[in-house]
Ligand binder design. Structure first.
Ligand SMILES: Cc1cc2nc3c(=O)[nH]c(=O)nc-3n(C[C@H](O)[C@H](O)[C@H](O)COP(=O)(O)O)c2cc1C
Length: 223
């Protein structure tokens, strides 16, 4: 997948909570599975694609969350550590944008689903952090309200790469659209802080992935 496709995917992505019955199969399934394997190798996470499992999104919680037709999801599992939430955010969003570029839709889901123990594996010392619903959306989702660059960042004479990174960060999904992160420029490095809030460390990983894509810098940009 090339960088242009991913940037386009970042602009086109919105959370989608309603899905058609079309299964994920063929080349799309292969590409997604390959990327999951790569992410797991690179990060040490144990991300699993659960397919044709309607139970997690069929109860009262899913109804409350306005989900329908969800049968596939990514289970973001990994070894317990203080960095686990952020790592899940970063690699989960990498999969979200790749899925979007493959013609799929997604929604991060922290609360409004039911854990189905037999659907995926959680080894000793690991935990399930969050899931991401994935499939062919009944819609492409909708644009939502966003904070502005000055709400979420600080820089003196911001270079273009920083401004582009912040712009990309503002497109990142965050729990309850809280956008509680803060990005500060220090020379040619950036500090990224999570605010206080529900799943804000997962949000931070998601935001960092977006910032890297938008700014064209790699993880060495972080202070
Ligand atoms: C960490 C995280 C947890 C989320 N949990 C839920 C959830 O439990 N239920 C839900 O309906 N949406 C959930 N969302 C989706 C957000 O509400 C959504 O990303 C946000 O409103 C921004 O909209 P957008 O994704 O269309 O840009 C979650 C998003 C993130 C990043």
């Amino acid at each position: 997948m090339n960088a242009m496709d991913i940037m386009e995917a970042m602009r086109a992505r919105h959370s989608v909570r309603s899905y058609t019955a079309r299964p994920i199969e063929g080349e799309t399934l292969e590409a997604l599975t390959k990327l999951i394997d790569e992410c797991n190798r690179e990060s040490g996470l144990h991300i699993q694609l659960v397919r044709n499992e309607p139970m997690a999104f069929s109860g009262a919680m899913a109804h409350y969350g306005k989900f329908s037709g969800v049968k596939n999801y990514l289970a973001l599992v990994g070894k317990k550590s203080p960095k686990l939430d952020e790592l899940c955010g970063y690699y989960g969003e990498k999969l979200v944008l790749a899925a979007q570029a493959l013609g799929l839709n997604t929604c991060w889901v922290g609360l409004t689903f039911k854990k189905i123990p037999d659907a995926f594996r959680v080894e000793n010392g690991e935990k399930l952090v969050i899931v991401i619903a994935v499939g062919y959306g009944a819609t492409q989702g909708a644009t939502r309200k966003s904070k502005t660059a000055s709400d979420v960042s600080r820089a003196e004479n911001a270079p273009e790469w920083f401004a582009k990174g912040v712009e990309a960060a503002l497109l990142a999904p965050t729990a309850v659209n809280q956008q509680k992160f803060f990005l500060t420029l220090h020379g040619d490095k950036v500090s990224a802080r999570a605010g206080l809030g529900f799943f804000s460390k997962v949000d931070l990983g998601i935001v960092k992935y977006h910032f890297e894509l938008g700014s064209g810098r790699n993880a060495s940009v972080w202070l």
